[in-house]
Design a binder for this molecule. Structure first.
Ligand SMILES: [Zn+2]
Length: 177
């Protein structure tokens, strides 16, 4: 028995046009019908099949991953988009260009974490080019945490300590002689 709350094709056309990104599941809930019924109605009303890929949305997802904003599987990435992770994964399967776009974006993010172009100095707080930091094997990105300038201009406290050490060394030398 058809539910009374399901709109006609004409009514559905208007509703879908007013709110094109509303998930099918929400319509299904409102109309008390199946997801599949909403999908059929949507196609009867002349809309593209829901599986058709939206390039702009795909681009947005790829850009967000590339920016390092979110990982592909993080729900928040899709919060303001009309698709979710599951839908995007089907797009990746359907379209090699999207798959490769994501792959490239993920590799870019990984490369950035290993060899960043810029880095914030832990001491002066400045964001500087990678060349401004000395190299070290100690950290993942291969760079010191404190910039070269800060290293060559030690703080007052460090100078005091160094001077104390120098005096101690001189004293020790005297005692040894
Ligand atoms: Zn610094």
């Amino acid at each position: 028995m058809p539910s009374r709350s399901i709109p006609s094709v004409e009514q559905a056309y208007e509703l879908f046009s007013e709110d094109p990104w509303r998930p099918l599941s929400e319509w299904a809930k409102e109309w008390d019908c199946s997801h599949e019924r909403v999908r059929q109605l949507r196609e009867q009303a002349g809309f593209d099949p829901i599986s058709s890929i939206d390039r702009n949305i795909a681009r947005t997802v790829i850009d967000r991953v590339r920016n390092g904003e979110y990982a592909l599987t993080v729900r928040e990435l899709y919060e303001d988009l009309p698709i979710g992770l599951e839908k995007f994964l089907t797009w990746m399967k359907e379209d090699p260009a999207i798959y490769l776009g994501i792959l490239e974006a993920q590799q870019w993010v990984e490369k950035q974490s290993w060899s960043p172009e810029t880095k914030q100095c832990k001491k002066c707080g400045e964001v500087l080019k990678a060349e401004s930091f000395g190299k070290t094997q100690k950290y993942k990105d291969g760079l010191q945490k404190i910039c070269k300038l800060c290293v060559s201009n030690p703080s007052k406290k460090l100078v005091e300590i160094q001077e104390k050490q120098k005096k101690l060394q001189q004293l020790k030398n005297k005692l040894d002689n």
